[in-house]
Design a protein around this ligand. Structure first.
Ligand code: HEC
Length: 141
């Protein structure tokens, strides 16, 4: 009887230790998986960070920065014009859409996003406007 009790106690202690360790590991590994699977990192990683190494991004950003686009457009927040992310969500990045939107940037336009017009950019080449639009349409969430 006495021996059996000791063995039981030993087993209990072992079980407690195993449970504590196992439980601890489980808790940390499940929170890691939750972080990896949940959309949380997608929210934390900005679109700028997400596409930072994409050549389309690098080229387009340089041209956009060299023009006046940033005074009316932000990547993820609507200011005077729609955010680039909104524009990217609306249009597939096809050659047709790139050409159509490049023309809109060059000629200006109104009525798609509201009553505030986008002024014309007659000084932009079609090539530059297209690179800018490709950059805008890349910024999908
Ligand atoms: C003075 C403010 C202003 C500036 C500067 C500006 N935009 Fe806009 N942009 C707007 C507004 C307002 C709209 C929404 C027009 C509409 O509703 O049709 C818009 C719309 C757009 C669209 C979406 C067009 C569509 O038909 O959906 C793109 C792409 C765009 N702008 C790119 C650019 C680029 C690239 C530049 C820099 C060369 C630029 N914008 C400069 C105000 C501006």
């Amino acid at each position: 009887m006495k021996i059996a009790k000791k063995v039981n106690l030993g087993l209990l202690a072992l079980a407690a230790i195993t449970f504590a360790c196992g439980g601890g590991e489980k808790a940390s590994s499940s929170s890691e998986t939750a972080e990896a699977a949940a959309p949380a990192p997608a929210k934390e990683v900005s679109l700028e960070e997400k596409y930072a190494n994409d050549p389309i991004y690098i080229k387009g950003l340089e041209k956009v920065k060299g023009s006046d686009c940033t005074s009316c457009h932000m990547v993820e927040r609507k200011i005077v014009g729609p955010s680039y992310a909104e524009v990217a969500a609306k249009y597939e990045s096809t050659e047709e859409n790139v050409a159509m939107l490049a023309q809109k940037v060059i000629q200006g336009g109104v009525g798609v996003w509201g009553e505030v017009p986008m002024p014309a950019h007659p000084g932009l080449s079609e090539e530059d406007a297209k690179d800018m639009v490709r950059y805008v349409l890349l910024l999908k969430k």
